[in-house]
Design a protein around this ligand. Structure first.
Ligand code: SF4
Ligand code: SF4
Ligand code: F3S
Length: 359
């Protein structure tokens, strides 16, 4: 359980060649929008890294986030990531159960004090003392507070953990809150999406291991490499949007011919995620390509923002007006983002300080 072996040695033992390793590093650096020259540095960084201890906590969630990572169609990337980490506790994936599982979590916290990463999926119920979700007889609030106390960093995966997600949808009977509302004084990364893209989860962890610091984050603490552009920015239906050609129903001729789904409720113009460029299921498709508008699943309060099928505007074919409304929505998001950014920039600095002390 203690993270002693170097990753480079581990991979060599498993027959991973230097060439294959470099190829993987090139892939990750391109995912992270780093210059090609960073590939060799990433390969060296990963080779010299110790196997990272990770404790994965699942709270109010549906297991979709774990499914996304483990059932992905890009096994090379995600399998390698599992080689890079020591997943010491994960309720769905671990063999141990009951007291043995809790003992494994405590042992990892003890042995990797100050160095382990806590990954959280699911929101945390706070109403009525947090009684709506308990593990081993303890509330999620308790388990989270105990586990993050000696962590090096916290990664909230999925929209539930990042922003509250579905459990926090109105009327939010359990008082569900995102991890960021509870964790203070720790570096925190949000990787939202319902579920999040496996490349975003794996690539972020790989970058932390290789370079020993957080990737560049946006105002909502999301890695810029994966959340720097909207779905709309990269959507293949965009030319139809620009020409004001909008599908009127999901099965009309326009929808089948690739016309824009804006009037059918697509939230792509205000949703930051990499689906349109990386796509799902091994690069096969993404919601819009499958004929459905983006529902904004990686954004805060996506469930409560006026209806999944209601257009961002009142529904217009005036492309100029559409753009204006989308831009206004972007400004509104940006204002909220700026406030969060101010709260979180201190945490980002804290990780660097923690790492520096450890070195
Ligand atoms: Fe499930 Fe979505 Fe929440 Fe992940 S973010 S736990 S996929 S509801
Ligand atoms: Fe694509 Fe939606 Fe933008 Fe239309 S509104 S171009 S379907 S992202
Ligand atoms: Fe979610 Fe929109 Fe991508 S609904 S999966 S962010 S296309």
């Amino acid at each position: 359980m203690t993270a002693t072996k170097l990753l480079g040695d581990l991979l060599r033992e498993r027959g991973v060649s230097r060439r294959a390793f470099l190829k993987y590093a090139s892939y990750v650096t391109s995912l992270m929008a780093l210059p090609p020259s960073a590939a060799a540095a990433m390969a060296d960084g990963l080779a010299k890294a110790h196997r990272q201890a990770v404790i994965w906590l699942s709270f109010q969630e549906c297991t979709g986030c774990t499914e996304s990572l483990t059932r992905s169609f890009s096994p090379t990337l995600e399998e390698l990531i599992f080689d890079f980490i020591s997943l010491d506790y994960h309720e769905t994936l671990q063999a141990a159960s009951g007291e043995a599982a809790e003992a494994a979590r405590h042992a990892s916290m003890r042995e990797n004090k100050g160095k382990y990463i806590v990954v959280v999926d699911g929101s945390v119920p706070t109403a009525d003392g947090g009684v709506y979700s308990v593990i081993a007889g303890r509330t999620n609030l308790d388990v989270l507070a105990e586990t993050v106390a000696d962590a090096a960093a916290v990664i909230a995966v999925g929209t539930c953990a990042s922003f509250g997600g579905l459990p926090a949808a109105k009327p939010n009977p359990t008082g569900a809150v995102p991890v960021s509302e509870l964790v203070r004084g720790k570096p925190l990364i949000n990787i939202p999406g319902c579920p999040p893209m496996p490349q975003a989860m794996a690539g972020t962890i790989a970058q932390i291991l290789a370079f020993g610091k957080l990737p560049e984050l946006d105002a909502l603490n999301r890695p810029r490499a994966f959340f720097g552009e909207t779905i709309h920015d990269r959507c293949y239906r965009r030319p139809f949007y620009e020409r004001g050609m909008f599908a009127k129903s999901f099965d009309d001729r326009g929808a089948r011919d690739g016309w824009c789904l804006y009037e059918l409720g697509c939230k792509g113009p205000v949703t930051y995620n990499a689906c349109a460029s990386l796509k799902w299921n091994g690069g096969v498709s993404f919601p819009i390509q499958s004929g459905h508008g983006c529902i904004g699943c990686s954004e805060p309060r996506f469930w409560d923002r006026g209806g999944l099928y209601r257009p961002l505007s009142a529904g217009t074919t005036d492309a100029g007006r559409v753009i204006a409304i989308a831009a206004a929505a972007g400004v509104a998001l940006g204002a909220g983002s700026a406030a969060l950014a101010r709260r979180r920039s201190a945490a980002t600095r804290a990780l660097d300080e923690t790492r520096t002390k450890q070195e």
